[in-house]
Write a protein that binds this ligand. Structure first.
Ligand code: ADP
Length: 261
């Protein structure tokens, strides 16, 4: 057994804290400052939408928040631990233990069933077959896909594929869900259903959600909207009246009766 990554569970600390984070791409005369000093503090249980024009640094910031990349300058504290000081392997462990990812293009393995796609993070974690099967079945049920376990992505609609991807993201019981344009490839109806699911995971199960979106309608579900412009945070506002999902959009998933892993 390796030692725990995070040694200081202090309840008052923000879950996530970026302090004057800068990120450059390239070097010398081609060096480009993509993040120009980001300060951002996020508490456990928040639902934050990240908006901003193309090229404003949203993906760069999400890569850092998702521990896929390290800031060049500044600090990233996750539960008080300095992520910028971690090795690549330690960051990977932090990612596996605390973070779940959802992407615009779903990123499912094509010739692999929904069940197997959802089991994948557990396979990487070394869980045995029985444990994997039970957890994946439960995760798929929690996103309204009980009975669809043996379908491959080609046999599922876009909305269903994104729900499989969300099941895969939550099967490890992450503290944070990072969603990069999760509704970008979906029609309006499917988009609202996916938002209803994210709201339920946030509200009923306490998962902190960070979501990049271009769509105001989708950002309106979040409790806080952070806007990036030109590598900086231009606006950071609370949304006092977040959109409440309609009953019809929540009906597909049996979230209230199916215990989420
Ligand atoms: P957004 O997600 O808001 O569209 P990005 O974070 O992708 O913005 O990009 C921010 C800036 O950094 C852009 O000007 C982009 O061209 C630049 N950039 C992003 N990734 C790279 C890279 N790998 N190499 C060089 N420049 C990059």
């Amino acid at each position: 057994m390796s030692e725990p990554l995070i040694q200081q569970p202090q309840t008052q600390l923000p879950l996530i804290q970026l302090v004057d984070v800068k990120k450059t791409y390239g070097s010398g005369s081609t060096e480009f400052l993509a993040l120009k000093g980001i300060d951002l503090s996020i508490s456990a249980g928040e639902f934050v939408a990240i908006m901003g024009p193309s090229g404003s640094g949203k993906s760069t910031a999400m890569n850092i928040l998702g521990c896929l990349d390290s800031p060049k300058f500044g600090q990233y504290l996750f539960k008080g631990a300095h992520v910028e000081d971690l090795t690549r392997d330690q960051r990977a462990r932090l990612r596996r233990r605390y973070l779940g990812f959802v992407f615009q293009g779903f990123n499912l393995l094509a010739r692999t069933t929904a069940q197997e796609n959802v089991e994948l993070p557990l396979l990487y974690r070394g869980d045995n077959a029985e444990k994997r099967r039970a957890a994946a079945t439960k995760a798929l049920a929690s996103v309204g896909l009980a009975g669809w376990e043996h379908h491959t992505p080609a046999e599922l609609s876009g909305g269903q594929q994104q729900r499989v991807a969300i099941a895969r993201a939550i099967v490890t019981e992450p503290a944070v869900l990072l969603a990069d344009e999760p509704t970008g490839n979906l029609d309006t109806q499917r988009s609202h259903e996916i938002m209803a699911l994210l709201v339920a995971l946030n509200k009923d199960h306490g998962i902190t959600v960070l979501m990049v979106t271009h769509e105001l309608d989708m950002a309106a579900y979040a409790h806080r909207i952070v806007t990036f412009v030109d590598g900086k945070i231009a606006k950071d506002v609370m949304n006092e009246q977040p959109t409440i999902p309609s009953l019809a959009d929540t009906e597909f998933a049996d979230l209230n009766t199916t215990e989420v892993i």
